[in-house]
Design a protein around this ligand. Structure first.
Ligand code: GLN
Length: 434
């Protein structure tokens, strides 16, 4: 199907990484990629592997383990950690004939929304060099926008695939919690961590999801009867373009209010920091990465400010006397949020809502004000707290001309419906832009 060999595509991707190095989107290029591409070319010729993505280069967020390659999660504490094994998703994509070519820059341990907390420095937005590419999978989104690779893997604990995708004018899928193996993903908040996909073409994302998902996609029955859409109140203008383009698939659209939305950010940050403080306890200067005279020295030097803040917050909310007041309470609130969303999906097939209120911020603006940064996650954390699949699509521009995103969230395991809606939107949008 593809006339260009995999080897040529990989060589071009590597050249582009070099050409766009100012964007700081890549942390390391993998070894022997051209040789691997040649092997894939042979397997394609022999008919052993086929499919739309066979022979395609792909970039991988720096918190997904690739055997023999530095996997540092954007942290100085893991700067020299060479992974002894592949994450399950890596094995799967290699088997399907994709070629992982590089690790991408990210917020340290995926904690952030702007890719500025990385020990390698910030990622620049391909649409405006002075702005953030979003986070925490900012390097993955920037690579796709720069055309280095058509697809990238990221991780999404509270929006980290969707936010950078939307800041860069791309599509980003966070699958249902647990539908893609987390084996080999460096843990941040295990009850919400989810590997996801960033791309400029929904059909590529669909195909890759099929490859990495643990189960085959479910048939979607709602499409035949028309989709019942719930639209979060307060953003009518934003939905216009989307709703007009997908109109043939829609049975009804109603505006809804979510009573529990205001509790999403507080409960997310209590749970996420609690789990992070426990997951990060393993970096003790003995087992992985950076070594030093003492655990204290290694952690002091190896962790950045944001990571330290979260470890302290997490330890606090888990400590004796505060556990019930904060951690337990946040878990109870999460249950109440889940109940409201479950009820909503009895009546509607999908919920549409903005990905963020504003487009990409200027670099430097978020770092001084962590609380503001946390609050900006209000629309994305909902899908993680509830485990629901969610896709962001590019829709509209902000006052600075930067792209905005719109999210389509659905019931567990109904990625198919979200992808079908996004694909319909993409194809009709393309023809209307011609
Ligand atoms: N911005 C959120 C946080 O810092 C989400 C990060 C993510 O999804 N990894 O926790």
């Amino acid at each position: 199907m593809n006339s260009i060999s995999s080897e040529d595509r990989v060589i071009r991707a590597i050249a582009d990484i070099d050409r766009y190095s100012d964007y700081n989107a890549v942390t390391s290029v993998f070894s022997d990629v051209e040789e691997r591409a040649r092997e894939v070319d042979c397997r394609i010729k022999a008919g052993i592997i086929k499919g739309r993505l066979a022979g395609m280069p792909i970039v991988i967020k720096d918190n997904i383990c690739v055997k023999g390659e530095i996997t540092s999660a954007g942290s100085a504490i893991l700067k020299n950690f060479v992974s002894p094994y592949n994450a399950t998703v890596i094995d799967r994509i290699i088997e399907a004939g994709l070629i992982p070519v590089a690790h991408t820059n990210m917020d340290e341990f995926a904690m952030g929304s702007t890719s500025e907390t990385s020990c390698y420095g910030p990622v620049h937005n391909p649409l405006d060099f002075n702005r953030s590419a979003g986070g925490s999978s900012g390097g993955s989104a920037a690579c796709v926008k720069l055309g280095i690779t058509p697809l990238a893997l990221g991780s999404d604990t509270g929006g980290s695939v969707r936010l950078p995708a939307s800041y860069c004018g791309l599509y980003g899928l966070k699958p249902t919690y647990g539908s893609v193996s987390r084996y080999g993903l460096i843990a941040y908040c295990s009850s919400m961590d989810q590997i996801g996909i960033i791309g400029s073409d929904v059909r590529d994302i669909s195909e890759l999801f099929e490859i990495i998902a643990e189960q085959k996609k479910q048939e979607v029955y709602s499409i035949s009867g028309g989709v019942r859409v719930a639209a979060l109140a307060g953003f009518d203008k934003r939905y216009d373009e989307f709703l007009s383009l997908i109109a043939p698939m829609v049975a009804s659209t109603e505006t809804v209010e979510l009573q529990t939305l205001k509790y999403a950010v507080p409960s997310y940050y209590v749970i996420a920091t609690a789990e992070a403080s426990s997951n990060l306890a393993r970096y003790d200067g003995i087992r992985y990465g950076l070594k030093g005279n003492s655990t204290e020295q290694v952690r002091t030097e190896g962790f950045g400010t944001e990571v330290k803040r979260r470890i302290m917050l997490g330890n606090f909310v888990l400590s004796h006397g505060y556990y019930d007041r904060y951690y337990q309470k946040a878990c109870n609130v999460r249950r109440i949020i889940k109940d409201e969303i479950t009820k909503l999906f009895e009546k509607y097939d999908v919920l549409i809502l903005p990905t963020s209120s504003e487009g990409a911020p200027l670099l430097g603006d978020s770092l001084d004000n962590p609380l503001e940064m946390y609050k900006s996650d209000v629309y994305t954390v909902l899908a993680n707290l509830t485990g629901c699949p969610c896709i962001t699509i590019p829709c509209g521009k902000d006052k600075n001309g930067m792209p905005l995103g719109l999210q389509i969230m659905g019931r567990h395991n109904e990625e198919n419906l979200l992808l079908a809606l996004a694909e319909c939107y993409q194809s009709r949008r393309a023809s209307y832009e011609l």
